[in-house]
Design a protein around this ligand. Sequence first.
Ligand code: FMN
Length: 350
Amino acid sequence: MTAAESFSNLIQAPSPVLALAPMQDVTTLQFMRVVARYGGPDVYWTEYFRVHGESRPEKWILDSITQNPTGKPVVAQLIGSDIPALVRNAKLLQKFPIAAIDLNLGCPAPIVYRKCAGGGLLREPQKIDAILGALREAVTVPFTVKTRIGFASPEEFDTLLPLFARHSLDLLTIHARTVAQMYRPGVRYDLIAHAARELKYPVLLNGNVFSAGQAKKLLAETGVRGLMIGRGAIRNPWLFDQIRAELRGEKKLVPTGRDLLHYIHELWENEITPSVRESAQVQRMKKFTNFIGDGMTGPFLHDIRRANTKADFWRVCEQALDHTEPMPLEPLDHAHNYHAIEPAALSQSP
Ligand SMILES: Cc1cc2nc3c(=O)[nH]c(=O)nc-3n(C[C@H](O)[C@H](O)[C@H](O)COP(=O)(O)O)c2cc1C
């Protein structure tokens, strides 16, 4: 079976789909390998291939497709707004074992959106219309889109949703924040529920999914086909299996400090190139520990951000994690901010 066929079967099967979100500099081949050891998602997304002028798919991102160690499908994500270049890159990528082509309509980095790519395209619905039409024609594997709910205001979703509905996508992932909102609170799951009801193709919910109990609730309340999880999976790679256990009504594994320490060791072994200078190795690890530390009380986050040597790095990790106490499952700020959808919001027309 090809990766595209596995992906098509997955999104049509009855059980909820669990996806690892694309994350630049994080969802590398090496990270996918580590996450897969913890049960992992049903499907992976690459970080975005930057598409412009004469660009060709970046080799290091292609590695996660050609050397995919997970046994699960990998979707190739593109970012850009140059239609001939997008079509050319989509065709090139289809020569590799990709599950689908995904278009990024959400990146909030000013360097990207000022060029009217990623989230910047949400200010230009007509351009999105043209891109979706051209890519749908060029792409013979499944074609998917990952979007935010608007650029400046959630009200823009009123225009965006009918636009998406006009195109025969195979799946739409919705990160329920605006571009201007970046990662701030106020995730509009009610708009995702509305899209899941309106669209003829499957919808994945994305944004602030951090625990199995919350995942189960969101699946039931929004009627989506599945969940895409990013930061929650960096800090808790057990999360996908915890969600599966929760949905089956089984007891879920609660990792201890020592389990987390073991996970950080695995990240080090897979992510670190020994020939790279030591401070750069530690910097690389901070990409992960910044998220891992989010749920922890005490000085871990403060101290790890100041570590420059390998010895400092491991001293801080061991001081905080060499114990058998259960780890908190939700990041600190999130535990205070999370509210499942209010019933009133669900019945409101967005
Ligand atoms: C470090 C980092 C890099 C990201 N890179 C990408 C990317 O390449 N493509 C994309 O569509 N989204 C990217 N995102 C956004 C995530 O895919 C996701 O939409 C967002 O983090 C919200 O989901 P979460 O709350 O589960 O993390 C990135 C997010 C982070 C934190």
